[in-house]
Design a protein around this ligand. Structure first.
Ligand SMILES: Nc1ncnc2c1ncn2[C@@H]1O[C@H](COP(=O)(O)OP(=O)(O)OP(=O)(O)O)[C@@H](O)[C@H]1O
Ligand SMILES: [Mg+2]
Length: 264
C-alpha cells in the first residue's frame, strides 16, 4: 500500500479538495482500492464523503489513542472510498500525545496492521498546521503532496514545510515531496509563481489545478467532482494530476527494483 499525505500548514489551499479528488480519481479512473484518512478536526473530508459519519462514531482520535483498531473505525462511503472519519475530538490529540514516546509512529503502526492488500492507496488529509496529526502523517507516508496556492506568500511558506518534513523524516530519502499548484488562474502573477514552483519541485511538480467553482459546489452537494460534474475543469485537472502522480510512482518503483537487482 502506498501512503500519500496531503499537507500544507497554510489553511484553505485545497488540501481537502485534493485529498478527496485524488482518492476519487484513483478509485474511478485507476480502479484502485483507497482508504482516505481524515486527520483534521474540522472533518471536511468526512462531511464531503459521509456527511456526519464522524460525529458520534469512532474516529481518527480512537485509532491514534489506540482505544479502537483501525478496521473497526473505517466506514464505507457511497463513492466507494473507505474512510477513517474525523470529528472535533481529533483536536485533543495534541494534548493527549504530549510526552508520549514515538507518538508520530502511531498512525504508521495502525496502517501497517491492516491486512496485506486491503488497499492500494491510503490518502491522509492533514489539518492546516504542523500538529501531532500532521507529524503522524509524515511518519506514515512515503509520498507527500503539497498543494500550494499560486500566490507569492503561499509559495514562501513551502520552505518551512519542507524543513519540518526533513526534520521529522530524518531526511528519509524514500519520501517523495510533490508540489501541486492550486487555484491557478490567468494572471501573470499566477504564471510566475507556477514557474517558481516548477523550479522548486522540478519533475515532482504536478500539473496545476485551476480555480473552478464546481469543486466548491461538489463539496456542498456531498459528491466527488467526478460524480458532480465529470466534464468540469476541476475533474479534468485532478484526473491529469492523479495520472501523472501514479505514472511517476510506478516509474520510481521500477527504477528502485532495477537498482536493487543491480546491487545484488
Ligand atoms: N480549485 C478550486 N477552485 C475553486 N475553489 C476551490 C478549489 N479547491 C478548493 N476550493 C474551495 O476552496 C475552499 C478551501 O479548499 P479546501 O477545503 O480544499 O482547502 P484546505 O487546504 O483543505 O483548507 P483547510 O486548511 O481549512 O483544511 C473550499 O471551500 C473548497 O471547496
Ligand atoms: Mg482541509
Amino acid at each position: 500500500m502506498k501512503t500519500i499525505a496531503i499537507a500544507n500548514q497554510k489553511g484553505g489551499v485545497g488540501k481537502t479538495a485534493s485529498a478527496v479528488s485524488l482518492a476519487a480519481a484513483l478509485r474511478t479512473q485507476h480502479r484502485k482500492r483507497v482508504l482516505l484518512c481524515d486527520l483534521d478536526a474540522q472533518a471536511n473530508a468526512t462531511s464531503w464523503l459521509a456527511d456526519n459519519a464522524g460525529e458520534n462514531g469512532k474516529s481518527t482520535y480512537d485509532v491514534i489513542m489506540r482505544s479502537a483498531s483501525l478496521p473497526d473505525c473505517i466506514v464505507k462511503t457511497k463513492s466507494r472510498i473507505d474512510l477513517l472519519p474525523s470529528n472535533l475530538r481529533t483536536a485533543n490529540l495534541d494534548v493527549e500525545l504530549l510526552g508520549v514516546i514515538k507518538f508520530h509512529e502511531r498512525l504508521s503502526d495502525a496502517l501497517s496492521d491492516l491486512p496485506d492488500n486491503a488497499y492500494d492507496y491510503a490518502i491522509l488529509d492533514c489539518p492546516p498546521n504542523l500538529s501531532m496529526n500532521t507529524l503522524n502523517a509524515f511518519g506514515a507516508a512515503s509520498v507527500v503532496v503539497i498543494p500550494v496556492e499560486v500566490k507569492q506568500e503561499a509559495f514562501d511558506a513551502v520552505s518551512h514545510l519542507m524543513t519540518t518534513l526533513l526534520k521529522v523524516t530524518g531526511g528519509r530519502s524514500t519520501i517523495r515531496p510533490y508540489g501541486l499548484p492550486t487555484f491557478m488562474n490567468r494572471t501573470n502573477l499566477a504564471k510566475d509563481i507556477l514557474e517558481l514552483m516548477q523550479e522548486r519541485f522540478q519533475s515532482l511538480c504536478l500539473p496545476p489545478i485551476h480555480q473552478n467553482t464546481r469543486l466548491a459546489e461538489a463539496f456542498a452537494a456531498r459528491k466527488t467532482i467526478f460524480e458532480y460534474d465529470p466534464t468540469s475543469s476541476g475533474a479534468m485537472d485532478y484526473m491529469r494530476a492523479t495520472k501523472e502522480l501514479v505514472n511517476d510512482l510506478e516509474e520510481a518503483k521500477v527504477r528502485k527494483s532495477l537498482r536493487e537487482t543491480a546491487a545484488d
